[in-house]
Design a binder for this molecule. Structure first.
Ligand SMILES: [Zn+2]
Length: 454
């Protein structure tokens, strides 16, 4: 097995790594929750629902007793937190919108002294201003335990060494000398830069992967598939136990590219900064909504078709800042029945992404998962659909040297017309690169039109 060179270790990264491990594994109730999550994954559907109702009662009590915002809301909507008997009782509370959190977040933080150890976190994203949210140590421990269970589903062990490629910054001193990563001893983890992935630097990345020989790579689908492309283009394979992807919508093409270059399965998982829903991939390759994490309601809407729903979520594990019936900007298609893995967790057939992943047609229809219009267009390095207004759509293309506008460009336009109709103006814009969004995330679709009815 290869080893990273010692000169790539930075003191700052090391201190940060030790602090992460100390808080997540030792100060938080991580061990208690790990034990719990091992058992709860095999509970019956009925037992899971009982657990969710019990937790909801607790959260509502905390919200009523310790936050002015929810106390006021429960009084107005006549919800008594001490006499909740069903999920319908909770549904009497109104939906919480992003704007409500922005305006009232100070009144939503618990005043209980024992939640004094608060962690602040911010939402990112291309639409709207970021939100500030708080969580407690219990929430930190629960989430870490949950992530470790996702690792276990992927066949990984907590101390397996891995590469993370998720928008971390690397100092210029290093990148100037061809080093695009930092190693964290405490976490046994190599943080790679997702900002320097280019053909020019590809050899450095591939050699580092070969040398480090990780058990897994975890990162944005766009970044891990760029690494996979470098590996494949050199006619080699770097076998691993698993690839874990998160934070962006994963396309079937990215999945197959990663699976072939790294000779393992891709486990895509989904979370969100508001912390009211988590979706993980099991050993059978199914997406599961994690019921111990939050209580999620699926809401059908006229402007969504093919069984896709909006999600409304309530965190079951954050007493520092209860978030109840939060309307997410994410859209998924629920599946039917149970999975062959034996867990009675809800199955999610498909994750369509967030609202700005949708193109809104001039007639008001929302069209998601448009990434497949690029299928077969091999002569593109990257592509992005940008919708400035209802009538116009710009295709930003980064062509490679084999790109032929008359053939490839025409094919993509024809596929888009098929899906979007004739009423929309389509325009191709060739660009040298596509800028990344918050924390270096790549967006395949950016729409400035809000097609969601509020
Ligand atoms: Zn399963």
């Amino acid at each position: 097995m290869g080893r990273v060179e010692i000169k790539n270790i930075e003191l700052g990264i090391t201190a940060n790594g030790f602090r992460n491990v100390l808080v997540k594994r030792f100060l938080s109730p991580f061990k208690k929750f790990s034990g719990f999550l091992q058992k709860s994954q095999w509970w019956s559907g009925e037992r899971i629902e009982e657990y969710q109702l019990e937790r909801l009662k607790k959260i509502l009590k905390v919200a009523y007793e310790h936050t002015p915002y929810y106390r006021g809301l429960m009084e107005v909507y006549d919800v008594n937190p001490y006499s909740i008997t069903s999920f319908e009782d909770i549904a009497r509370l109104p939906l919480l919108e992003k704007e409500d959190i922005r305006l009232h977040h100070h009144e939503m933080i618990s005043d209980a002294k024992f939640y004094s150890m608060l962690y602040k976190c911010h939402t990112s994203g291309t639409s709207g201003k970021p939100l500030t949210l708080y969580r407690d140590l219990e929430n930190v421990g629960f989430e870490h335990a949950l992530l470790m269970r996702q690792w276990q589903w992927a066949g990984l062990k907590p101390n397996d060494r891995y590469v993370s490629i998720k928008g971390d910054l690397i100092s210029e001193d290093k990148t100037d000398s061809g080093i695009f990563w930092n190693f964290s001893i405490a976490e046994n983890k190599l943080y790679m830069s997702s900002y320097h992935l280019s053909e020019k630097n590809a050899d450095h990345y591939v050699r580092a992967l070969q040398k480090y020989s990780p058990a897994a790579i975890e990162g944005y689908p766009s970044s891990v598939s760029a690494l996979a492309k470098f590996v494949r283009d050199r006619g080699i394979r770097i076998p691993m136990k698993a690839v874990l992807t998160t934070s962006e919508t994963l396309s079937p093409e990215q999945r197959s590219l990663m699976e072939s270059a790294f000779h393992c399965r891709v486990y895509d998982y989904y979370g969100m900064a508001e912390r009211v829903a988590a979706i993980h991939t099991c050993e059978e390759g199914s997406y599961h909504l994690i019921p111990e994490y939050s209580y999620v309601e699926f809401v059908e809407k006229d402007y969504l078709s093919d069984g896709y729903c909006e999600l409304v979520g309530t965190s079951l594990n954050n007493k520092a800042m209860p978030v109840i019936r939060y309307r997410m900007s994410d859209v998924v298609k629920p599946g039917e029945g149970y999975c062959a893995c034996g867990r009675e967790f809800p199955v999610i057939e498909s994750i369509a992404g967030r609202q700005d992943d949708y193109i809104v047609t001039p007639s008001g229809k929302l069209i998601g998962r448009l990434d497949h219009v690029f299928k077969g267009a091999e002569n593109l390095v990257e592509a992005q659909l940008y919708q400035p207004d209802r009538e116009n759509l710009v295709l930003r293309l980064v062509p490679d040297k084999y790109y032929d506008a008359a053939r490839d460009g025409k094919m993509i336009l024809a596929k888009l017309k098929q899906r979007l109709g004739e009423a929309m103006n389509l325009e191709i814009e060739n660009v040298a690169s596509i800028p990344r969004g918050g924390r270096g995330k790549f967006k395949a679709v950016i729409s400035k039109v809000n097609g969601f009815a509020y």
